[in-house]
Design a protein around this ligand. Structure first.
Ligand code: HJL
Ligand code: ZN
Length: 178
């Protein structure tokens, strides 16, 4: 798939499939999931940034990579990215954003919350492909915390099996090398 493909406006399935193609680029690691994410301006139907797990330096998550890349394109620090996001910014992520991480890393839910303080109101909609399995953190409160804060979370059905196969490649109990 092209680096920056273009899809019809609101073609959520294609955007999610694109996120899945990004997840496949993530290096397999037994202690996390391989996730892909796409940040989109729904007004202009433009892809703002893409990301996948461990794409950027450090123990980076897909959603975090999108935000860090977009911030850097706009010469603001990562924690001020909300100030440069357009009004109808949405994020597509193959897996529900995380609410708990290994020590020293801020969960993506909190990164999304910080964008809500930005001038245009930040990321108010999340399209997700699967809920996070309980493998690492037990029940993930990511989606429910987002919804409690008024961020709309929309589960896009249909790609779950493929998303999980990709997410778990590299795990000890995963026979697949997707
Ligand atoms: C999401 C990602 C990613 C995860 N979830 N939404 N995007 N890797 O890019 C969630 C999983 C954590 C583990 C280990 N994965 O990644 O719960 O080491 O990866 O902080 O709990 O935590 P760290
Ligand atoms: Zn995360």
């Amino acid at each position: 798939m092209a680096e920056r493909p273009s899809f019809e406006p609101l073609d959520h399935e294609s955007y999610l499939r694109f996120a899945l193609s990004l997840a496949r680029k993530s290096p397999p690691k037994p202690s996390n999931f391989r996730v892909g994410a796409v940040l989109v301006d729904e007004t202009s139907n433009q892809i703002l940034a893409t990301g996948y797990t461990l794409e950027l330096e450090g123990n980076t998550h897909a959603e975090q990579c999108c935000l860090r890349k977009f911030a850097s394109m706009h010469n603001v620090s990562e924690d001020r990215v909300g100030d440069v996001l357009p009004q109808k910014t949405v994020i597509y992520t193959t897996m529900e954003p995380c609410n708990k991480r290994s020590v020293g890393n801020e969960p993506c839910v909190d990164r999304i919350f910080r964008t809500l303080q930005g001038v245009n109101g930040g990321i108010k909609t999340v399209y997700l492909g699967v809920s996070e399995p309980e493998t690492f953190v037990g029940e993930n409160a990511g989606r429910s915390r987002l919804e409690a804060a008024g961020v709309v979370c929309i589960h896009m059905p249909g790609l779950e099996a493929e998303i999980l196969e990709v997410a778990k490649a590299g795990h000890a109990d995963s026979s697949s090398q997707a």
